[in-house]
Design a protein around this ligand. Sequence first.
Ligand SMILES: [Fe+2]
Ligand SMILES: [Fe+2]
Length: 309
Amino acid sequence: MNAADYQSFADAWENRATIRTRPRRVLENDDKLIYPLSRQPLVLSETFLRECPGQRDFALVQTLYKFINDVVIFETEIVDRTARSIAKNRFPLAFPFACRYDAMTVVVDEDYHALVAMDFMQQTIAMTGITPIGLPDEIELSRAIPAAVTLAPQHLRSAVELICVAIAENTVTGDVAAFAKDDTVKQSIKGLMADHLLDEGRHSGFWTRLVRIYWHTASEDDRRCIAHILPVFISHYLTNDIQKSFDLRLIESLPIGDGTRRALKNEVSGLAFPINRHHPLVANIVRFFRSSSLLDSPCVQDALGDYLA
Ligand SMILES: [Fe+2]
Ligand SMILES: [Fe+2]
């Protein structure tokens, strides 16, 4: 795909963007869950169910806060940053105006997603009276992107940043989808996730097309250099460290005995997914490498060997 072939999605954005089409969502005070059980395995662990099942809703509320906090960091510090630099033509790689316009819609969408997430944080605190325990000031990408970018020579740093953000924008989508289908979860939370998903469908295609355009122009040497950086990015991106330290802090905050606390900490230590092709996000990442045409390059196939089935 050439830059000249790029078709803007501006009309779809005008008609479907959630900031253009959705009323404010209000958290309902009903018996449904505020966060899906499947997304906080700690509360499904044997020890938790036996020793402190009454703490379930507290743990789910805190996990929702962590999720909201992650969304705000992702949208405002990661995607906004890269999309904005493309929109303002600060990107070393020149994209046509249609790309830059679409990039600006991504900035608007992402900042709006952050705003909606903050709204839900406030609504949840007001309804439950539960204030957040210490929340992380980073997400995995806050470390994974700089780790990848510093490995690249100066002229490839933006390209690496673009590819990293494109990978992230193609993986969170499936992650959010799990929410939208869970009928045990409050309608407003599901609606919030469904809204977000609708916008992200547009974004994932946008980032994929930009990467296709870039890859088409990249020299064989540049492609090889980037290919070697990809596994480093993926291994940082898929680590469980931040989630794990959050879960440990959550366990610290529960009103339980020392024995139970120790047992729960052990349960959490066993929850990490392996960082290889069996990790649940890897299928999404590989799908992106295919759709962006990166996987057509033998150097990328070789570099990703461990992640390809
Ligand atoms: Fe978003
Ligand atoms: Fe997005």
